[in-house]
Design a protein around this ligand. Structure first.
Ligand code: TXA
Ligand code: MG
Length: 422
């Protein structure tokens, strides 16, 4: 932290220039005496932090304060320029002072959710795949708050949730194959990306400026009740901090988003446990994201294999084809080691099936996704178990091999992204 004294200015440290010096902001540890104009949270590389912008006498100077973890002291650093320019990919200002109400699912909960959505608020609710964080799809301000609350890059578009196919057709254009998939699998864990119709009511901010829109009809009765009570489309990403593991319980939502959203409807544990399968229906139907509906079932209805997205869809910084495909995503804080055949001392083990790995006695914790090697059960347990193991702060999470079939494709996809070095 540079003291605000009369040291010579250094070319790469603009705050050392006399005109940029700010005693108030930079004195002492982390500018204790600074009067922050704004408190904003960020999420980067799995760590949360708080950015305090400094006195206007130092335009664009920002103080980064990484929140203390365990017994460590908070770390500070000073950046210069807009926060985005300072390399925080997911930087966003966040309203952190909200009081988050938690209500049980039911008629009163659905009414409260609809009122909150109408007022431009943010509501987390269960779907059969994962908990979603809903905002009025036609309200750009609410959507801006949603991106901010999650710390989600605004180039990553959202799924519009509607209660039935006629509502879906008021948003997107369905060709014969899209309609075939909609009729076979909706309501359910399938999202279809289709061209927007003329005058599509979904705000551009939610579709990241694309001329296509992702649509889903969830089957969960609580999601259905909220959509019907609200009466319009609801955009809803998974209700977690961006890049973190998706929530399968209301408690997961609370731990990520409490203070940032208005309401959580608690409908108990979700059934499927991984996000919806996303199929692009623009030319040949294309599997954009494996998910809670298996490729095999979709291909059986289409009578043809699903196309694969081009390889560069994995790119981390361009606008991704389905940005749920960002390379590092769904990540716990602990490193994740895949296809483990043994357990190293201090590692946690995420097991699958009955095989007993060497070294298991020295594991710091063991959870089994499905002792009977049932892939549906494993999908339902995946995110909750990753969170539980992660909470024990193991050296790493070792994961046993999972077969790449049925929901195993989605499970392995999420695990690979969780394992990407951050
Ligand atoms: O199961 C689910 O799909 C959950 C529940 C809440 O419905 N939602 C969910 O949303 O997983 P989210 O935001 O975490 O993932 C949505 C994915 C993102 O990868 C996004 O890039 C992709 O959908 N997407 C949205 N609109 C798109 C579009 N027009 N074209 C391609 N991909 C799109
Ligand atoms: Mg998500």
């Amino acid at each position: 932290m540079p003291p605000a004294t009369s040291r010579p200015a250094q070319p790469n440290r603009p705050w050392t220039r006399p005109e940029n010096r700010c005693r108030k902001a930079f004195r002492g540890t982390g500018g204790r005496s600074a009067k922050p104009l704004e408190n904003v949270d960020f999420w980067k590389n799995g760590r949360s932090g708080r950015i305090r912008t400094c006195d206007p006498c130092v335009p664009n100077a920002v103080l980064y304060r990484a929140e203390p973890h365990s017994d460590k002291r908070p770390a500070y650093s000073v950046g210069f320029g807009a926060p985005q320019a300072a390399g925080l990919r997911n930087f966003v200002p966040v309203r952190t002072g909200l009081k988050t109400l938690i209500l049980p699912a039911g008629a009163a909960g659905a009414e409260a959710a609809a009122r909150t959505l109408t007022a431009g608020g943010l509501v987390a609710f269960p779907t059969e795949t994962v908990y979603g964080l809903g905002a009025d799809a036609a309200n750009p301000t609410a959507i801006a708050h949603l991106y901010a609350a999650k710390g989600r890059p605004a180039f990553n578009p959202l799924i519009a949730h509607v209660p039935d196919i006629s509502a879906a057709q008021r948003i997107g254009r369905f060709d014969a194959r899209a309609l075939q998939l909609a009729e076979a699998f909706w309501p359910g864990p399938l999202t279809l990306v289709v061209p927007k119709i003329e005058g599509c009511p979904v705000a551009d901010l939610a579709t990241a400026g694309l001329d296509t829109v992702a649509i889903r009809i969830p089957a969960h009765p609580v999601a259905q009740a909220i959509l019907r009570a609200f009466g319009g489309a609801v955009v809803a990403p998974s209700a977690n901090i961006s890049g973190h593991v998706s929530p399968t319980l209301a408690a997961h939502v609370e731990s990520d988003l409490s203070g940032r959203i208005d309401l959580i409807i608690d409908g108990g544990p979700v059934e499927v446990g991984v996000e919806s399968t996303i199929v692009g229906c623009l030319n040949a139907p294309m599997l954009l994201r494996p998910g809670g509906l298996s490729r095999e079932r979709i291909e059986a209805v289409l009578g043809a294999p699903l196309a694969r997205p081009p390889l560069d869809a994995e790119s981390d910084d361009s606008q991704p084809l389905a940005p749920g495909m960002l390379a590092s995503h769904y990540a716990p804080r602990a490193p994740v080691r895949l296809n483990a055949r043994e357990v190293a001392p201090g590692e946690a083990l995420l097991a699958f099936g009955l095989a007993r790995l060497p070294g298991i006695e020295a594991a710091s914790a063991v959870m089994n996704l499905s002792p009977t090697a049932d892939l549906d059960e494993a999908a339902a347990n995946l995110f909750g178990y990753l969170r539980e193991l992660d909470a024990k702060s193991p050296r790493a999470i070792a994961v046993m091999a999972i077969p790449e079939e049925d929901l195993g494709e989605a499970i392995n996809d999420r695990l690979r992204r969780a394992a990407v070095a951050r």
